[in-house]
Design a protein. Structure first.
Length: 103
């Protein structure tokens, strides 16, 4: 196994972002299990998982940029895609529930 040497200035923020992302995703998943109405159940995972995935991808951007010694663009595009599509999908699900009259 190869050891990758990354500066602590990149490793520490990346580790903190990974921990934060994992905790946010866990809170969103617990909200899905614990909340009772449809609208509350769709809101918690959308917010938690979107922000959690954003933190994990930011950590990945930091580590990839540190290893390549240049900014990594394709991960920025992935981050923007996830941060834009997840809330839109939740909004469309909520609108469909409103039109069906579901509570």
């Amino acid at each position: 196994m190869m050891a990758i040497d990354i500066s602590p200035w990149f490793a520490l923020p990346a580790a903190l972002l990974l921990i934060c992302g994992g905790l946010l995703t866990l809170v969103g998943s617990l909200g899905l299990l614990r909340l009772d109405t449809f609208y509350a159940r769709i809101h918690a995972p959308t917010m938690g998982n979107t922000l959690g995935a954003g933190c994990v991808l930011l950590a990945s951007i930091l580590v990839s940029s540190a290893l390549a010694q240049r900014p990594v663009i394709h991960e920025v595009l992935i981050t923007l895609f996830i941060l834009l599509t997840s809330p839109v999908t939740a909004m469309l699900l909520m609108r469909a529930a409103v039109f069906r009259g579901r509570d």
